[in-house]
Design a protein around this ligand. Sequence first.
Ligand code: NAD
Length: 471
Amino acid sequence: MVKICCIGAGYVGGPTMAVIALKCPLIEVVVVDISVSRITAWNSEQLPIYEPGLDEVVKQCRGKNLFFSFDVERHVSEADIIFVSVNTPTKTQGLGAGKAADLTYWESAARMIADVSKSDKIVVEKSTVPVKTAEAIEKILTHNSKGIKFQILSNPEFLAEGTAIEDLFSPDRVLIGGRETPDGQKAIKALKAVYAHWVPEERIICTNLWSAELSKLAANAFLAQRISSVNAMSALCEATGADVSQVAHAVGKDTRIGAKFLNASVGFGGSCFQKDILNLVYICECNGLPEVANYWKQVIKVNDYQKNRFVNRIVSSMFNTVSGKKIAVLGFAFKKDTGDTRETPAIDVCKGLIDDKAKLSIYDPQVTEDQIQRDLTLNKFDWDHPAHLQPLSPASKKDITVVWNAYEATKDAHGICILTEWDEFKNLDFQKIYNNMQKPAFLFDGRNVVNPQKLRDIGFIVYSIGKPLDP
Ligand code: NAD
C-alpha cells in the first residue's frame, strides 16, 4: 500500500489530501502539522476551515485511509510520497522584505525530512514557491541524505477557496514538474498514478520543474491581472456613465478573452494573489528585469487604488465625513463560501473608515469576532516602504462591533457597505433594513450583489462599483 504524508494541514493540505484519500481507497494518507490545535480540529466535528462539501469528504475517509496527526516525524519517515503544503508568506524583514517569499517553513520541513528519512522518497512541492526552489530543496535533502535518494516534484495547487472540493474533484489540469532524468520521470509516473484515479489523462500536464513552479505564479498573476483590469475599467465606467457589468459581458463574450474573472469589485484579496505577484516581482528584479517587475507591480497598485477609491467614495458621498456615523459592514471574508480573511479588502476598507472615525458594525456568516479584531489591529505592510508599518491604534477597537446577523448590523446605521458577495445578502429584506436605518440611507455595494434600481426605489442612495451613479 502506497503511503502518502502531507506536511501542513491548512487550506490546501487538508482538502487536497481528503480528496486523494476519497478517490484512492488503497492509499493511506496522513496529514501532519505542528499546530496541535489545527490537528485536533481536523479530528473533531468542527473542522478548522469552512469549505462547502469538505465535511462530507472528511467524514467518509477519516479513520479509514485518512488520518490527521501531529506526530510529524513518524509519518514523514514512513511515507513513500511526501507532499509539503506549508505556508510560504511574504518576507517581512531582511533581504527581499515585502516581496520575496519567506521559505523558513519550507526549509525546516525539508531539513526534518532529510533527518528522519530512512528510505527513498518522493518529495512534492504543493506549496506555492519561487521558481528554482526545488534546486535549493535538493541541496538540503541530498546534503543530509546518507545515501537515501530524494526525487523532488513540483505539483502546485490551483484550487480556489470556496470551491476547493469542486476544483479538486474536477480540476482544469493537474501540473507535475520533475527532473528530466530517468529517476525524475519515474517519480512523475508515480505521482501521475495517484491522480489518474480520478483525473482524466489529458488533464495531467507533465513539465520540467521550473515550468511547473513558474506556472503557478504566472496563473495567479494572470487571474489577479484580470481583476485589476476590470476594476480599472470600473473607475472609467463611473466617470463616463458606462456600466461595468455590461462592458464585462460584452468583452467576455469574445472567446479569445472569456467570461470568467471579469466581475468588478472592491478589490481582490486572499492569501495568494498579492503574495505571489510580489514574489514574481522580486524574481523579475533579481533576474535584472525591472520593466517586467513594474508591469506586474501595477496589478497590485490598481488593487490598492480600488480599495482606497471605495473608501473615498463612501466618505465623500456621506457629506465628506463618517465621523461618529454607524456603518454596517456586510461581509468580511475575502470571498464568499470561505471564512478566510487573509488579505481581505475588508481590512483596508474598515481601516480607512475607522481612520475617518466611523463606528463599524460588522457581520459575516463565517468570520468570528476574534478574527476581525485581530485583522483590524494587524500592522499594514507597505511593500514600497518596508520600514513603514501603519498600526491601528488599540483605541480604535472600541469603534468595531461584530454582530451575528445583517439586520442587527444595519439597525440605526447611516450607511451599509457590502464587502463580500455572500448569497444571503441578495435576499435580504431591504425594505425592512431601510425602515430601521438613519436617513438618508446609503448603500455602497463593493461586489455588485444588489440591484441598484430596486434599492433606489425603496429610498436608498446607492453606489455600485462601476455602475452609473445615483442621479
Ligand atoms: P495554511 O497557513 O492554511 O497552512 C499551512 C500549514 O502548514 C499550517 O497549519 C502550519 O502550521 C503548517 N506548517 C508550517 N510549517 C510546518 C512544519 N515544519 N511542519 C508541519 N506543519 C507545518 O496555508 P495554505 O493556505 O494551506 O497554503 C499552503 C501553501 O499552498 C502556500 O504556499 C500557498 O501559497 C499555497 N496555496 C494556497 C491556496 C489557497 O487558496 N489557500 C491555493 C493554492 C496554493
